[in-house]
Design a protein around this ligand. Structure first.
Ligand code: HEC
Length: 318
């Protein structure tokens, strides 16, 4: 497999299109050719036992994959780096897929920290991201989950062992098992791109929702800061006043101390660890969802702030 592994701590800022060898082999095939006996059927997937956030035992292939359309990713509830972004991306995707979620499309967020993440922890985590019907959180024996990640090309595949959980591959694998179609994408992509790929390539009769269509015709990013904002921040924040997973950011440059703002965007986890009072208050207010540390450079941080600032003065002039 030639799947690219993005280290959780790496700065994957550009839109990454990650295709496994498996997907690459199949992508050129006619979209709806019936792939009976696909090479990646029952014989390929380890039929491991997993437990859902509601304590129900399921088997990977029989209950989750066979004949289904789905997205799979790997997380752990203590993760303060990429996982909150992955979960925010799936939450947005869930909204774009509307009432087809839980009927003909499913999400599986599987814990790589099975020693610690029990169903209760996962249930709590799923509530933070407002997981609705069809978005299932699962945990299992760590060695089983590692085997699965290796099979899916979602473990580090550079021959190294993972030295920490945060090094796990962070892509989202989307599949239609019956059609034998597999696509791997990055959570750094914009929601509409993910929704389009999953909806139009894997889900029969998908109609792109009006809001996704509106987004699809917006202009490309005009600055480095805007680009960074779209790929790293927008999954959780609007530039207006409405809240997403995190607070709406309208006015934030005006009302926060500049040095605080820079430091927060650069290393939110460190500020929480240091018990900065403003950071702690926000963290409590937003359901203790950790804002990820993207390991941005000082220049990146300045660019994002400049983008937010320009946006604020535009709003003020209106
Ligand atoms: C996974 C979701 C997520 C992503 C992605 C994210 N944030 Fe946040 N952000 C939060 C949450 C949640 C909070 C509230 C504090 C907390 O819980 O850590 C927050 C707080 C903030 C605040 C403080 C707001 C205030 O009122 O002072 C700023 C500024 C901010 N984020 C900017 C950014 C920028 C810039 C990016 C991109 C580089 C970004 N965030 C990416 C979730 C996210």
């Amino acid at each position: 497999m030639n799947a690219m592994i993005v280290r959780a701590s790496s700065k994957a800022l550009t839109f990454l299109i990650l295709l496994t060898g498996l997907a690459a082999n199949l992508v050129g095939s006619p979209a709806w050719a019936a792939y009976t006996g696909s090479a990646w059927g029952a014989n390929y997937f380890p039929n491991i036992e997993l437990v859902t956030q509601d304590g129900k035992k399921v088997h990977l292939y029989d209950d989750l994959i066979k004949n289904k359309v789905f997205a799979i990713n790997f997380i752990y509830t203590r993760c303060t780096e990429s996982c909150p972004l992955e979960s925010a991306a799936l939450r947005n995707l869930q909204q774009a897929l509307g009432d087809r979620m839980g009927k003909d499309v499913f999400f599986y967020s599987i814990s790589i920290d099975g020693d610690r993440d029990n169903p209760a922890e996962l249930k709590d985590y799923s509530a933070k991201f407002k997981a609705g019907p069809g978005w299932i959180f699962l945990t299992g024996r760590p060695e089983d989950v590692t085997l699965l990640r290796q099979k899916l090309g979602m473990y580090r595949d550079d021959g190294q062992a993972e030295t920490s959980l945060s090094e796990h591959g962070i892509s989202i694998l989307m599949g239609n098992e019956k059609a034998g179609q597999w696509i791997k994408r990055s959570p750094f992509e914009e929601t509409r791109a993910l929704a389009r790929v999953l909806g139009t390539r894997l889900l029969p009769n998908y109609v792109v929702p009006a809001v996704a269509h509106k987004e699809a015709i917006r202009a490309p990013a005009q600055s480095v800061g805007e680009k960074l904002f779209r790929s790293n921040c927008e999954a959780c924040h609007s530039t207006g006043s409405e809240d997403g997973i995190g607070p709406g950011l309208a006015g934030v440059v005006g009302h926060r101390d500049r040095a605080w703002l820079k430091q927060w965007i650069k290393e939110p986890d460190q500020m929480i660890a240091r018990k900065d009072p403003t950071a702690i208050a926000l963290y409590q207010q937003y359901k203790q969802i950790p804002m990820p540390n993207f390991h941005l450079t000082d220049n990146d941080v300045e660019s994002v702030i400049a983008f937010l600032e320009a946006n604020e003065s535009r709003i003020a002039k209106k």
